[in-house]
Design a protein around this ligand. Structure first.
Ligand SMILES: [Zn+2]
Length: 272
């Protein structure tokens, strides 16, 4: 997920300050989403029924993550469903997530890339997807926008033998998520492959019925009990994100329980 660092305090005229960053503001309680009937009424989609069946090979899905955990947060339950059905999944980690705690001085903060890569591997095993093909592009965490065109070319190459692309929401208000989403949309268009976008930060900054989200193309992916159990077990692997790195302010958990609650639901939502 990776936080977006708050800008350093400056002595500018308050009249001229940019609007507050919605990701830094308090998030929408999960209870608000749970009690919004329209969320449960979104059209349901069975991912296995949507996949084309190529004659010459098994179907394959390319799943893109800006940081090593986004794919589990937003799409992990469905990855478990796909893996259980023998669908081949190719996973792309755009960054190693090394900048999730930019203001921390703990040893863990300096080793975040290795820690987060290991956590993702453990999470994939808990999803029953230990044998997915993983591709790490090693782009700089927080600066994916600068490499968007290169990313789009890499994704177009990786999509060559895939039937569906799943990527972070291109309007998630986190610059890395948005750049990864836009790059995936461009790559999918170039290859003629459908792209599903999964929200992560939008659950935090949006509210039920929020006009900034494209509800007209939202769909709900129900998670069977076994997949939900696998996803919840996988979420528990991201210790560097769900627990504080230490006891200083820069060590705070990126995914405290109130944030994690969005991703423990028995369904996932995509825009298509
Ligand atoms: Zn992320």
């Amino acid at each position: 997920m990776t936080s977006r660092p708050a800008p350093p305090p400056t002595a500018v005229d308050p009249e001229q300050q940019p609007p507050a960053d919605p990701i830094q503001q308090a998030g929408t309680p999960e209870e608000d989403w749970q009690t919004w009937p329209a969320l449960r009424s979104l059209p349901g989609v069975a991912p296995l029924a949507c996949l084309p069946a190529p004659r010459d090979r098994p179907p394959r899905v390319l799943v893109v993550a800006a940081h090593p955990d986004d794919e589990v947060l937003g799409f992990g339950g469905t990855i478990a469903v796909l893996a259980a059905a023998g669908i081949r999944v190719r996973l792309v980690s755009v960054t190693d997530g090394e900048a999730s705690h930019p203001h921390s001085n703990t040893a863990a903060a300096r080793n975040l890339a290795a820690i987060r890569t290991r956590e993702l591997r453990e999470a994939l095993a808990r999803l029953g997807a230990a044998d997915v093909q993983s591709v790490a592009l090693g782009m700089p965490d927080g600066k994916v926008t600068r490499h968007e065109q290169e990313l789009s070319s890499r994704l177009a190459e990786l999509l060559r033998d895939c039937d569906l692309c799943v990527a972070p929401f291109s309007q998630d208000l986190h610059p890395d998520h948005e750049a990864a989403g836009r790059a995936a949309l461009a790559a999918g268009a170039a290859r003629g492959v459908a792209v599903w976008e999964y929200p992560v930060w939008a659950w935090h900054w949006a509210a039920p019925g929020d006009g900034r989200l494209p509800w007209h193309r939202a769909a709900r992916l129900p998670l069977p009990f076994a997949a939900l159990e696998r996803k919840r077990a996988a979420l528990a692997c991201f210790h560097s994100q769900i627990e504080p790195l230490g006891d200083r302010p820069g060590d705070a958990a990126i995914l405290p329980p109130a944030e994690l609650a969005y991703f423990r639901r028995d369904f996932e939502v995509i825009w298509r």
